[in-house]
Design a protein around this ligand. Structure first.
Ligand code: NCD
Ligand code: ZN
Length: 345
């Protein structure tokens, strides 16, 4: 197969940042995706409908003039989020979920939630209005090995959460382990997961290949090969509750290549080619469209996109870096060649 025509895909998990960084990265996603789910972990985080409205305007301002790309937003759940805010979000028309960051789990999660039981009323209101909870699924307990934090999260938090809120719709974001795959396969119709390109393409050896590789560091961290295989099997099974969320998370070169480097991999410049490579590696290219363009929209209860995009087998070389405000951004696969390319129809 040398050509794929797909319903236009959506990216259900992306960090677009703000200001000059937003201006630098937004066009990469807008060129390909029909909708982008902008994560709310700005500084300060996007915790209210009015802050989200303002952020949405800034995103719209950063998109190329004739784009059809639509930004959707997620609100950052805090222990002070009110039921009234949930109801306002549900009526906003552009906020389609709340993001749960366990406090301290990842970039800009300081204002996240330390004890989800303090959000009972709010979670109840979300279940009632159908707004899903988008979960960063890692425990923050320093006693738990960093490679085990997702699997431990399932037992310590996710199962109890769904037991106390059986009607809450939950998206287990950027899953990385066999345990998470099996959890989704065994869960009800209201529970889904997003999967990133890096977790389909790399195992944890990529962090240490010939030396420390900061541009392969993200959270949740890359795992063992057996877990990557489990993710590949999940997407190659055509299961409708695994769908695309790049978790493209740009950080400047200087903050990545540092003594305490930031977590986040930038993949928006090549998202579809990277996923196509992963699907092709397991002979599942024909299942890419469901994962990339159908299942996410279906889960969110939104229409599938009308436009189509075309992917062709044509090699191209990823630039060494992209401008990023006054800094530079090192993309995934910098200076390397990709086999697939998106072209306009
Ligand atoms: C994300 C970021 O930089 O905002 N980083 C990452 O490694 N994925 C935050 C997140 O999604 O955990
Ligand atoms: Zn993320």
């Amino acid at each position: 197969m040398d050509e794929l025509i797909l319903t236009q895909p959506d990216d259900w998990h992306i960090h677009l940042r703000d200001g000059a960084a937003l201006t630098a990265v937004a066009p990469h996603s807008a060129d390909v995706f029909g909708r982008v789910m902008a994560m709310p972990n700005l500084k300060p985080p996007v915790t209210t409908v009015s802050a989200a409205q303002a952020y949405r305007q800034r995103i719209l301002g950063a998109l190329p003039p004739n784009t059809s790309c639509i930004p959707l937003l997620s609100l950052y759940l805090t222990e002070s989020t009110t039921v009234a805010e949930v109801e306002a979000a549900a009526h906003s028309g552009f906020i389609v979920g709340f993001k749960y960051y366990p406090m301290g789990a990842t970039t800009h999660s300081e204002l996240g939630v330390s004890d989800l039981s303090r959000c009972r009323e709010v979670l109840h209101a979300m279940a009632k209005s159908g707004l899903p909870l988008q979960v960063h699924g890692e425990v923050t307990d320093p006693a738990v090995d960093v490679f085990d934090r997702e699997a431990v999260f399932i037992h310590r938090q996710l199962i109890p959460l769904l037991e106390s809120h059986p009607d809450l719709r939950v998206i287990f974001e950027h899953i990385t382990t066999r345990a998470a795959v099996e959890f989704i396969q065994g869960a009800g119709a209201g529970v889904a997961a997003t999967i990133t390109p890096q977790h389909l393409l790399y195992n944890r050896n990529a962090l240490f290949q010939g030396g420390l590789r900061p541009h392969h560091y993200c959270l949740p961290v890359l795992k063992r090969e057996e877990h990557r295989q489990a993710l590949l099997h999940a997407v190659a099974s055509g299961h409708p509750r695994f769908f695309l969320g790049t978790d493209s998370a740009p950080h400047s070169q200087s903050t990545k290549e540092a003594s305490c480097g930031c977590a986040g991999i930038y993949s928006a410049h090549a998202a579809l080619p990277l996923y196509a490579e992963a699907f092709e590696s397991v002979g599942a290219l024909s299942l890419l469209e469901g994962f990339a363009s159908h299942f996410g929209a279906d889960f969110y209860g939104l229409p599938r996109n009308q436009h189509r995009i075309r992917l062709i087998r044509q090699s191209w070389t990823v630039p060494p870096h992209y401008p990023f405000g006054s800094e530079t951004l090192i993309p995934l696969r910098a200076n390397e060649t990709l086999a697939w390319k998106v072209v306009q129809i």
